[in-house]
Design a protein around this ligand. Structure first.
Ligand SMILES: *Cc1c(COP(=O)(O)O)cnc(C)c1O
Length: 393
């Protein structure tokens, strides 16, 4: 069953993502002292670059931790015991962030949503307007829900807070949108932004961060949840004004190169490439959807994600079997369904260091796997993607 391991593994998980060769090479460096002046200069250059990608002039706190660490840091530095939080339901990641907030003793209220389309903005507006006592301290939202492939309109959410004159802090998770879809912290009025290294930034897993508005820094003063490693005030006393403890220096050599690549291509071109690749994937899935075949999980065309596509299997067919087949037979790694979506969807991650022929390789492996596993579908997914790529190039 398992074929030759030769050739490249085609990695199409939605995070971690492919690491460009030049970034890999940049990380292969001897140890340096993270308090050394030379390293400090590189560090500051990296933070400035990161701010550019985030679209912010505000301070960024970094942690040697995966994205979950940045979630935890953000809650612990902005909330007080018993604070009311409004979590916008989007999927597995909003559920996980909710679990964390509950553990911290926060009063979490979920704004329910259909995972296939994301929240109804009218519901959010009504909920904010009904909070006449302004008890909701913070609104938490995942910009791009990686488990469902649904992107939520952050600018419109900001608009609703303004319209209802609501003072809640706006906390956004941009872990799987940063560096692959447009995101502008300051222009969109976001108070705290959580990001990580291993998705659009094309780095190994190992650091994450929170960018913090002035309004959020003011709220930090009254936060009383226990924290030390993640404490922003503690960090401000450190040399780098970030990190308690050792910095992941190798990752900064990689980050310098990854930021250089993003700047060289130009962010608008990076976003256009992600859109082009994503649209090719969507056209392939739509073609397969004939004959009661697989469907796009996201049902709102205005909210489809340009970094990941979740594909819903026809009833009675196992998404994991497709994933296993693609991996064992063709050495193509796809993402699985998370939480309640396990076995029901597989995910094609299309963010980071990818181009058209790589995407066609993954789509080819999926189309072959659908056939081999006798999943009902229409052929022609690959043709649809090729036609789009040829026209959109
Ligand atoms: C990956 C991801 C996370 C979790 O990040 P880890 O680095 O795995 O801890 C959180 N939110 C979103 C939207 C993600 O895609």
């Amino acid at each position: 069953m398992k074929q030759s391991p030769r050739g490249r593994n085609f990695f199409f998980g939605p995070g971690p993502t492919n690491i460009p060769d030049s970034v890999l090479h940049a990380t292969a460096r001897a140890t340096v002292d993270f308090n050394d002046a030379d390293f400090l200069a590189l560090y500051e250059q990296c933070v400035e670059g990161l701010k550019h990608v985030l679209g912010t002039r505000h301070h960024v706190f970094l942690y040697t931790a995966s994205g979950h660490g940045a979630w935890e840091a953000t809650l612990a530095n902005l909330c007080a015991q018993g604070d009311r939080l409004l979590m916008v339901e989007s999927g597995y990641f909003s559920d996980d962030w909710t679990k964390m907030a509950l553990k911290f003793g926060l009063a979490v209220e979920t704004l329910p949503a259909d995972w296939r389309r994301g929240i109804d903005l009218g519901d959010l507006r009504r909920r904010l307007a009904a909070d006449t006592e302004k008890e909701i301290r913070a609104l938490c939202i995942v910009h791009n829900e990686t488990s469902t492939g649904v992107r939520l309109p952050l600018e419109e959410v900001r608009g609703l807070l303004d319209e209802t004159d609501h003072p809640a802090l706006l906390l956004a998770d941009t872990i799987s949108s940063l560096g692959s879809m447009e995101f502008r912290m300051d222009a969109w009025g976001i108070d705290a932004v959580v990001g990580g290294s291993q998705k659009g930034l094309m780095l190994p897993t190992g650091f994450s961060f929170t960018a913090v508005s002035d309004k959020a820094m003011a709220a930090h003063v009254r936060a009383n949840l226990p924290r030390f490693y993640f404490d922003w005030t503690e960090m401000l006393h450190r040399r780098q004004k970030s990190f308690c403890g050792t910095l992941p220096v190798s990752l900064f050599f990689g980050l310098q190169e990854a930021l250089r690549l993003l700047e060289e291509e130009g962010l608008p071109a990076v976003f256009a490439r992600h859109h082009r690749l994503a649209e090719g994937v969507r056209r392939a899935v739509s073609a397969w959807g004939g004959n009661a075949g697989p469907q796009l999980f996201c049902t709102d065309p205005a909210r489809v994600s340009d970094s990941v596509t979740a594909v819903l299997m026809p009833e009675g067919h196992d998404a994991e079997a497709i994933r296993q087949n693609a991996l064992r037979r063709f050495n193509v790694a796809l993402g699985g369904g998370l939480g309640p979506l396990n076995g029901k969807v597989f995910r094609i991650g299309h963010l980071g260091d990818l181009n058209e022929p790589m995407v066609l390789g993954a789509l080819g492996a999926v189309e072959m796997s659908l056939g081999l596993n006798r999943v009902p579908h229409s052929r022609g997914g690959l043709d649809a993607a090729m036609a789009w790529f040829a026209e959109a190039a």
